[in-house]
Ligand binder design. Structure first.
Ligand SMILES: Cc1cc2nc3c(=O)[nH]c(=O)nc-3n(C[C@H](O)[C@H](O)[C@H](O)COP(=O)(O)O)c2cc1C
Length: 179
């Protein structure tokens, strides 16, 4: 049980950041490189917060930190491509997580069909989106994208992040969840 004694306006239950990370790290996430073209330059960041939002209309979302230096450039583009990384693309993940890095050095990519955002070679899938909304949420933003085009491009296993480490979706069950 987490000690929540004491209060502050920003954190009324006084949850420690380390406890927050430790507890939330039990939720496995996918790893997605968000890319965009800003003034002719490819930009991007890696996120574990990419998610489907709505089927009709087709919407997806992700949550960049307000401290991200790349997200304002994605926002300026007004569009992004969500690149679903495979387990073999851990190096791409590391490169996209470093602020100020030349994140596209040595990478091959093609422009996405509708927004022209970079589709990285070898990704499991890509989802080409226009930004339709940005909501404030504490020290992060909730970004909503309308899906313009999408494709599943490789059969390789997706990269997962779980309890602070990369992992592999081994032991995938054939049993489907209830419809
Ligand atoms: C597995 C993983 C998941 C991440 N998820 C997020 C995320 O959901 N939101 C976020 O803002 N940063 C996330 N980061 C950190 C960013 O990738 C990156 O450190 C940050 O955007 C700094 O680069 P920038 O200044 O170019 O934006 C994640 C990093 C890793 C390795």
């Amino acid at each position: 049980m987490i000690d929540t004694s004491g209060e502050t306006p920003e954190n009324p239950r006084r949850l420690a950041g380390s406890d927050f990370r430790e507890v939330l790290s039990t939720v496995p996430t996918g790893v997605v490189a968000i890319t965009a073209m800003e003034s002719g330059h490819p930009v991007g960041l890696v996120v574990g917060t990419f998610t489907s939002v709505s089927l009709n209309p087709p919407l997806v979302g992700f949550l960049p930190a307000v401290s991200s230096t790349s997200f304002p450039r994605v926002l300026a583009a007004g569009a992004f491509c969500a690149n679903v990384l495979t387990h073999d693309q851990r190096d791409v993940c590391r490169a996209f997580a470093v602020s100020g890095n030349d994140k596209f050095a040595g990478l091959s990519w093609q422009p996405s069909p509708v927004t022209g955002s970079p589709v990285l070679d070898g990704v499991a899938a890509w989802i080409d989106c226009s930004i339709t909304a940005v909501h404030e949420a504490g020290d992060h933003l909730i970004v909503i994208g309308a899906v313009e085009q999408m494709a599943r491009t490789a059969n390789s296993p997706s990269l997962l992040f779980y309890r602070g480490a990369y992992t592999h979706p081994r032991g995938t069950s054939d049993v489907l969840p209830p419809a």
